[in-house]
Design a protein around this ligand. Structure first.
Ligand code: AQP
Length: 333
């Protein structure tokens, strides 16, 4: 079966963006024809400062989010990155394959570093090489991600191609990003030109998977919109980022298209649309967050589940890593 790898950083609580852009499709792929490997990418999280206790808590929260959303840890391999040392080992080799010029073109780095590029961690800069290692350590061919991660998956292909070229091999596969459906880029509720992030400044700009019903309703009620009513055609949303975002979220949550949502709500005002959207989000996220809270009551059990997943991940990774060392000519005793 084709192999899928993807991950989420425990850099804060899970958001609706992580759910729609990633987890929802992780579940669909796990139920499909794929062998699925899902990771809590804690080594990526520490590319910016994380309080140690909060990092541990967020690692368990992401794991609970996966399981509560319907990923079966007996079927999929579910683990955290730090528990499988091959990620860091292969990342070093890829640091030596990737070129500085490639990293300089990464838009996420530019956004995250801002004007402060000299002061960010070296890890933040090298992040895409670690991500390539995450994927290629398992020879994964398909990577479901949100739109924001597309460039990094393309870089993974470049790294695989350069490794294969330099060492005259076809050892690493060329990976495909899997990005389809509405809401592959969920935007910030206060500014429709920025993406919804775990680590954004204000809690009002995002829906957290653990938010309760009242909080979700309040955040949608206060979400920024424009005064015009809901249009009939998707192209009329082109210059209305906030409006488009709410319509796409509605479409993704209800399993339809933006066209279908507009057909149903054309001419309505936001005052009517927002409560309907909040009800939909609560109906969808409520059972998941209840289950997450139940799982988080027993952190030791989550840790055991991750440890079992790590053991399975190591078994898949070990021969691939050993072969990589051999191809490069590194003697390992
Ligand atoms: N707003 C989003 N819309 C659609 N998909 C999204 N993803 C994240 N935000 C959105 C997808 O979730 C997966 C995991 O992402 P991540 O946590 O590893 O990194 P990120 O994209 O940097 O996420 P955040 O929430 O923005 O974290 P911070 O604020 O810490 O940097 C990916 O598949 C991503 O596409």
């Amino acid at each position: 079966a084709p192999r899928v790898f993807s991950g989420i950083k425990p850099s804060g609580g899970l958001t609706l963006g992580n759910y729609l852009g990633a987890i929802k499709r992780f579940v669909e792929m796990a139920d499909g024809e794929f062998e699925t490997i899902y990771c809590v990418v804690d080594l990526h999280a520490i590319t910016v400062w994380q309080d140690p206790a909060e990092l541990t808590q967020a690692t368990r929260e992401v794991a609970a989010g996966y399981i509560a959303s319907g990923i079966d840890p007996e079927k999929s391999i579910l683990f955290n990155q730090a528990a499988v040392s091959g990620h860091a080992e292969l990342a070093w080799i890829f640091n030596c394959v990737a070129r500085v010029g490639w990293m300089n073109r990464m838009t996420q780095f530019k956004e995250k570093a801002g004007k402060n590029a000299e002061a960010v961690s070296l890890g933040l800069y090298a992040y895409p090489a670690l991500m390539a290692a995450d994927i290629l350590l398992y020879h994964a061919t398909h990577v479901p991600v949100g739109e924001d991660q597309k460039q990094h998956v393309e870089l993974t292909r470049d790294i695989a191609a350069k490794f294969n070229h330099d060492y005259r091999t076809d050892f690493f596969p060329l990976t495909e990003p899997v990005i389809e459906g509405p809401a592959m880029r969920v935007m910030n509720l206060r500014d429709g030109t920025k993406k919804m992030s775990k680590s954004g400044e204000s809690d009002m700009e995002r829906i957290n998977m653990l938010d309760d019903a009242d909080t979700i309703a309040k955040k949608f009620r206060k979400a920024r919109t424009d005064p015009a009513p809901i249009p009939g055609k998707v192209k009329e949303l082109a210059d209305r980022p906030e409006a488009r975002n709410l319509v796409e979220i509605y479409a993704a949550l209800s399993g339809t298209s933006a066209e279908a949502v507009l057909a149903e709500h054309e001419g309505a005002g936001w005052g009517a649309f927002k409560p309907a959207l909040a009800d939909l989000a609560v109906a969808r996220l409520g059972p998941i967050s209840d289950e997450m809270r139940r799982l988080l009551d027993d952190p030791a059990e989550i840790d055991r589940t991750l440890a079992r997943g790590a053991e399975r991940a190591r078994q898949v990774a070990a021969p691939i890593l050993a072969k990589t060392y051999e191809i490069v000519g590194l003697v390992r005793g």
